[in-house]
Design a protein. Structure first.
Ligand code: ACO
Length: 329
């Protein structure tokens, strides 16, 4: 009898642009201070892509690293998935640009959007494709250039975001199931609290939409903050329940890096000690779909996670969307 197909995590990678934008730099751009940004968000600096460096370029660099760490041949990848809210263009998809840059001949490639929960949605998507038997080796990428959709005159948002990309190679396995659980949720009735209103079918680009700055992120920070804490805690609990694991079984929790105070509040709500929570927001800011995967990659590289350890990724973002997944690395 054929054994059920499981999903094995073969490797991860990440990439950040070289330019660093510090809180001191932001003090020269808007009415803010390092003290305000640090105490309200935990962010000290973030990476910013150059004008000729695109979301697919960051995705490409992260993918090469993930493919190398996975020890698979490039031509063995048979599906390319990219989570992003900052694509190179509306279409073609960033996944297609990435597929070309990687030289992957004719394999299917597409983008999807779940804002900051994108990578968790991507794990679910990759797992479903693999375990249905449709594809064997999936390259899953979260890549963002939020700097390109930020209003750099709006102090409420411009201090929060950064650029970067993370990637993972997942593969069909008869012996392993490294994705122990995934829990996803969304609620479109919160759409107005976190969005880019311009450029789509509701407000197609015009001189007016440009003048009104409708093509950059608008956010009701305080409301987002409250819902983020409750939904992230809820999702984390659900994914633990589905995996039949407890907080004690998990070596490291990697929450979406949007705000240090959100991370601390979620940990408190779940009664998780902060020394089991991975934080890198001080040097990255919020990079939406790329946060959990770049943090996971860093945790592996610096030895916070070793082969066989369990990790839980937890995310929340525009939509609203939320999700969590328990993984064996
Ligand atoms: N520097 C100085 N003062 C500022 C700044 C700034 N950069 N930004 C806002 N302020 C001021 C406000 O104007 C306000 O002043 P007022 O009281 O005179 O009106 C004061 O600081 C307090 O503002 P709040 O909005 O209440 O500040 P809060 O403590 O809520 O922090 C923040 C704001 C950091 C945005 C927080 O609400 C937050 O992190 N929200 C969640 C963001 C998030 O998680 N986004 C989700 C993902 S993003 C995605 O999906 C793409």
């Amino acid at each position: 009898m054929n054994k059920k197909i499981g999903t094995k995590i073969l490797g991860t990678g990440s990439y950040f642009p070289s330019k660093v934008l510090t809180n001191a730099d932001l003090e020269k751009m808007v009415d803010t201070s390092d003290e305000w940004i640090s105490t309200r968000t935990g962010i000290k600096e973030r990476r910013i892509a150059s004008s000729g460096e695109y979301t697919s370029d960051l995705a490409y660099r992260a993918s090469l690293e993930a493919i190398k760490s996975a020890n698979v041949k490039l031509e063995e990848i048979d599906l390319v998935l990219v989570a992003t809210i900052t694509p190179d263009m509306f279409f073609p998809s960033t996944a297609c640009f990435l597929q070309k840059k990687l030289g992957l001949n004719s394999v299917p490639a597409f983008d999807f959007s779940a804002a900051c929960s994108g990578f968790i949605y991507g794990i679910a998507t990759a797992k479903a494709f693999i375990e249905s038997g449709l594809y064997k080796n999936v390259l899953l990428v979260g890549s963002e250039e939020l700097s390109k959709i930020t209003d750099w005159t709006d102090r409420n948002t411009c201090v929060l975001f950064g650029d970067g990309a993370g990637a993972m190679v997942l593969s069909a396995s008869q012996d392993n199931d490294d994705v122990l659980s995934v829990f996803l949720g969304s609620d479109g009735s919160y759409a107005d609290l976190l969005l880019i209103p311009g450029g789509g079918s509701i407000n197609p680009a015009t001189i007016e939409t440009l003048n009104e700055k409708l093509h950059s992120i608008k956010m009701q920070g305080r409301e987002v903050f409250k819902v983020a804490i409750s939904k992230m805690a809820f999702a984390a609990q659900k994914a633990l329940e589905i995996s039949e694991k407890t907080i004690e079984d998990i070596k490291l929790f990697i929450p979406h890096q949007a705000n240090m105070r959100i991370i601390e509040a979620v940990a408190k709500k779940l009664d998780i000690s902060m020394d089991k929570v991975f934080v890198n927001i001080h040097k990255t800011g919020n990079i939406s779909s790329a946060t959990t995967i770049t943090a996971l990659d860093e945790a592996i590289k610096i030895g916070k996670l070793n082969k066989g350890d369990l990790v839980e990724l937890i995310a929340f973002g525009g939509g609203f969307t939320w999700g969590a997944t328990v993984l064996r690395v």
